[in-house]
Ligand binder design. Structure first.
Ligand code: 5RP
Length: 228
């Protein structure tokens, strides 16, 4: 699993804090990444202790982990509502997020948007006054060069994400490619989100504008919860 940013203790504190919000009978969106993984493991322990929940995974990785720790799974089309989702972020500024470090942002956005509440779990290195992290854009393979041009017209510098331990590009769970798009400081996330969404062949981008209801920031000595 890809890891980044802060310490394992910080990530664990954040994940376990958010998992405390999971209650009997809930449908829970299971986010992707090393911090969300701690929440999934904590939910697994609650299931072992008798909690009745169903998890909706956001990626191959979260589905495999949920199966390993015994969280019963459901597809988004099998549930009438998602009570809450717990997901990580590559950067957050208030309720605004940049996601997609694990190239899972398309499914994450579907599940996180469907949830009544989104609880973001992060270590302190993810906090920013203003978003300036490169924004991942998942594109259909046929749109690689045209989307690259379109991002440049918007003032961004796109880089095709390349795989580790495989020659060539990262291929998402949906069979697409990822352009990591550097925009510097993002003055107006909503405007950029709309512009990126309008690119032909762009499946989804990693700007999650105003989506977080809570951010659980794990620290070595506790957890800080911001509510929006
Ligand atoms: C995956 C994501 C992750 O939530 C994000 O990359 C944070 O991961 P981590 O908790 O490992 O730092 O958006 O697409």
């Amino acid at each position: 699993m890809k890891t980044s940013g802060g310490s394992e203790a910080e990530k664990r504190a954040a994940g376990e804090s958010a998992a405390e919000a999971v209650e009997d009978g809930m449908v829970v969106g299971l986010g992707t990444g090393s911090t969300a993984a701690h929440a999934i493991r904590a939910i697994g322990r609650k299931v072992d202790a008798g909690l009745d929940v169903r998890g909706v995974p956001t990626s191959f990785q979260s589905r495999e982990l949920a199966k390993e720790v015994g969280v019963p799974l459901a597809g988004l089309d099998e549930v009438s509502a998602v009570d809450l989702a717990i997901d990580g972020a590559d950067q957050f500024s208030g309720p605004h997020l940049v996601k997609g470090g694990g190239a899972a942002h398309a499914r994450e956005k579907i599940v996180d948007s469907a949830a009544n509440r989104l609880l973001v779990v992060a270590d302190p290195s993810k906090a920013a006054d203003r978003l300036d992290h490169p924004v991942p854009v998942e594109v259909l393979p046929d749109a690689r060069t045209t989307a690259d041009d379109d991002v440049r017209v918007l003032g961004g510098t796109p880089t095709l994400r390349t795989a580790e331990r495989k020659d060539g590009p990262v291929v998402t769970d949906n069979g697409n490619l990822v352009l990591d798009c550097e925009f510097g400081e993002i003055a107006n996330p909503a405007e950029l989100a709309a512009d990126l969404a309008a690119i032909p062949g762009a499946v989804e981008h990693g700007l999650f504008v105003g989506m977080a209801d809570e951010v659980h920031v794990g620290r070595e000595d506790g957890v800080e919860v911001e509510r929006f």
